[in-house]
Design a protein around this ligand. Structure first.
Ligand SMILES: *[C@@H]1O[C@H](CO)[C@@H](O)[C@H](O)[C@H]1NC(C)=O
Ligand SMILES: *[C@@H]1O[C@H](CO)[C@@H](O)[C@H](O)[C@H]1NC(C)=O
Ligand SMILES: *[C@@H]1O[C@H](CO)[C@@H](O)[C@H](O)[C@H]1NC(C)=O
Ligand SMILES: *[C@@H]1O[C@H](CO)[C@@H](O)[C@H](O)[C@H]1NC(C)=O
Ligand SMILES: *[C@@H]1O[C@H](CO)[C@@H](O)[C@H](O)[C@H]1NC(C)=O
Length: 294
């Protein structure tokens, strides 16, 4: 009996024909509630839009208002090693290194002379290519300097289509992440890359490095420099055709059939490497293992 009563209450609550109430409220009461929330949400949406509008007004299309790591850009290598930063292959097994050389070829295609001549201009080397805006007059779009792949010599893929991989003398290409407005180097000296054996931990308080296995390195362009003319960078929108400068490192006599831990870093007295704040700033490390059946 009690159950039936409850059921009846429930039904009545849903729709009460006597008072014409739906869920305990009359139509006009519901109408008022909907009207209230409608106005309320329109007001919220309006407030949101207004805030967004005001915020967007303060942004410059061509320059981020905030950016971190201004002074500590990272280095990146190509061919892209997997998550473990390992480049492993067997000299006699073409398929094991073909992927690497294909990746390099693809990466360097935008650096073809024909492309560069079309997009970019010849700049005066060894000095910053400054194109500042004069107050409110925007100096856009900004021009960019040519970086021909020929600069990479034996690592350009022009003289050696295999980038040395078939001879156990692989090329690795290094680029410095873009940082808007950065003026690397100091006193007219260009920043340059150096690579060496990486110190790594093998046990508690026990370190090792493969300096005896890394062999002779050759840098392209000579001394591994990023020419000053490629800086400052003004951002994707202002400098549409920007080509990041590259440095190639060729491992001329690396020990085969063994892991070799390498670390490359940028040398510029205004780019701190491995600072307290960011251990990986301005440096990149990876493992090379080149196997040979001979
Ligand atoms: C770039 O140059 C390479 C070698 O010179 C050539 O094979 C390739 O087709 C070129 N790519 C473009 C887009 O011109
Ligand atoms: C960018 O490159 C295109 C050709 O790809 C060229 O027409 C344009 O003028 C270049 N823009 C600048 C700012 O250099
Ligand atoms: C790129 O190559 C073209 C054609 O060989 C040359 O005129 C130009 O000076 C080169 N640019 C640079 C920056 O080396
Ligand atoms: C490379 O560095 C050495 C020593 O710092 C310098 O004498 C030489 O001129 C540099 N070469 C180039 C091409 O910058
Ligand atoms: C290559 O390295 C080996 C040691 O790993 C050394 O004995 C040899 O002399 C080096 N060759 C050249 C040309 O530097």
């Amino acid at each position: 009996m009690a159950k039936d009563g409850e059921k009846g209450d429930w039904k009545e609550f849903l729709w009460n024909p006597r008072t014409r109430e739906f869920l305990g409220r009359t139509a006009s009461s519901w109408g008022l509630i909907f009207a209230f929330y409608l106005v309320f949400y329109i007001f919220l949406a309006g407030l949101f839009a207004l805030t967004m509008y005001v915020m967007l007004q303060t942004l410059d299309d061509h320059k981020p208002t905030w950016q971190d790591r201004l002074s500590t850009p990272g280095l990146v290598i190509r061919p892209k090693a997997d998550e473990t930063f390992e480049i492993t292959y067997n000299i006699q097994n073409t398929e094991s290194w073909d992927l690497y050389t294909q990746a390099l070829e693809k990466f360097l295609t935008p650096y073809n002379e024909s492309v560069q001549i079309q997009k970019n201009e010849e700049c005066v080397a060894d000095q910053y290519f400054v194109q500042e805006d004069s107050n409110d007059v925007k100096n856009n779009p900004k021009r960019s300097c040519q970086f021909n792949r020929t600069i990479l010599g034996m690592c350009s893929g022009i003289h050696d289509r295999n980038y040395g991989y078939d001879l156990g003398k692989p090329c690795i290409i290094i680029k410095l992440n873009r940082v808007i407005g950065m003026l690397p180097g100091k006193n007219g000296q260009a920043p340059y890359v150096t690579c060496g054996a990486k110190r790594y931990k093998v046990g508690k308080d026990e370190w090792r490095e493969d300096s005896d296995k890394i062999g002779e390195l050759e840098y392209y362009p000579p001394n591994g420099t990023f020419n000053l003319m490629y800086y400052p960078y003004y951002g994707k929108k202002a400098q549409v055709n920007y080509s990041q400068p590259l440095v190639a490192v060729k491992f001329q006599n690396i020990t085969l059939n063994q892991d070799v831990n390498v670390e490359c870093k940028i040398n510029a007295n205004n780019i701190p490497t491995g600072s307290e704040r960011d251990k990986f700033a301005g440096r990149v490390s990876f493992k090379l293992r080149i196997n040979s059946n001979d």
